[in-house]
Design a protein around this ligand. Structure first.
Ligand code: AKG
Ligand code: FE2
Length: 279
């Protein structure tokens, strides 16, 4: 299995991108319309936030799940017992955020959500008819006016050497949501699991946009679009001293959206969050 960046401006971009999502659960886009200077700026300013003690003033709320999640409470992936080596901030337009950082994050959230709606319309248009028949409404409508779409600012701190031996930055997992949109991080490390169990580096050239299928779209498409396992590995050598920042946007349907015979978005999300131990 190989992941190749699709040129957003190429005439066959839509088909090539959706085919990559079908084959691998991942699609990588270059020359896409999301403003790279905005992403750069967010990486820089949030690095300063994570380096400061100000973050303690924005501790997350267990009820609403917005705010700062310190390393001591960060996730343990399904099936693992050791916590990931990361801290993160959950941004929702209605949630807590340092005011000085809000305008940029709000702007990115809007741009990336709008672009995701376009990508979902590509997915729908290029789904085989028997797959598209399963969608309870157009995919791009499922996320319209959703209050659940989550922008996560992730900071993987430099390694100190006294991490638990088996801990990694993000243990192998699948995303819960419909679709994830992720600008290439400022350092490598993201890998996706291939069909024969091999780990493949996601092309992380600065400026690439990485898109992956989440469990909810796998559910809604009857498995045609696979929610592929991925992870973030630890850096080696002198790179151990470097932080890594990434910015996944997890597109969530409104809670009442029907995904399948078994699940609405809400019932699905609750089941998965309980498994993760965060609710
Ligand atoms: O940091 C990354 O590159 C990916 C993060 C990720 O997979 C996640 O938070 O679900
Ligand atoms: Fe993920």
């Amino acid at each position: 299995m190989k992941l190749v960046a699709v040129d957003y401006l190429a005439p066959n971009a839509e088909q090539a991108f959706v085919e990559s999502l079908h084959q691998t659960g991942f699609g990588v886009l270059k020359n896409h319309p999301i403003q790279q200077s905005l992403v750069d700026n967010i990486y820089r300013r949030w690095q300063a936030f994570f380096d400061s003690e100000e973050k303690q003033d924005f501790l997350f709320s267990k009820e609403t799940q917005d705010g700062y999640f310190p390393p001591s409470v960060s996730e343990t992936a399904k099936g693992f017992t050791v916590k990931d080596i990361k801290e993160y901030f959950h941004y929702y337009p209605w949630g807590r955020c340092p005011e000085a950082l809000r305008p940029q994050l709000a702007e990115y959230y809007q741009q990336a959500t709008d672009f995701a709606a376009t990508l979902l319309s590509w997915v729908e248009k290029h789904s085989p008819a028997q797959v598209a028949d399963k969608y309870s409404q157009p995919l791009s409508h499922m996320i319209k006016d959703s209050q659940q779409t989550l922008l996560r600012v992730l900071h993987y701190p430099p390694l100190s050497g006294d991490e638990e031996p088996s801990a990694i930055r993000a243990a192998a997992h699948e995303d819960i949501n419909l679709l994830t949109v992720l600008p290439a991080a400022n350092e490598p490390g993201l890998q996706v699991k291939g069909k024969s169990g091999e780990w493949i580096d996601v092309p992380c050239d600065f400026g690439n946009l990485i898109v992956n299928i989440g469990d909810m779209l796998q559910e809604a498409s009857g498995g045609y679009f696979p929610s592929t396992t991925h992870r973030v590995i630890n850096p080696q050598g002198t790179d151990q001293k470097k932080s890594r920042i990434s910015l996944p946007l997890f597109l969530h349907p409104r809670p009442d959206v029907v995904l399948s015979d078994r699940h609405t978005a809400d019932s699905y999300l609750k089941e998965r969050l309980r498994e993760l131990g965060v609710i």
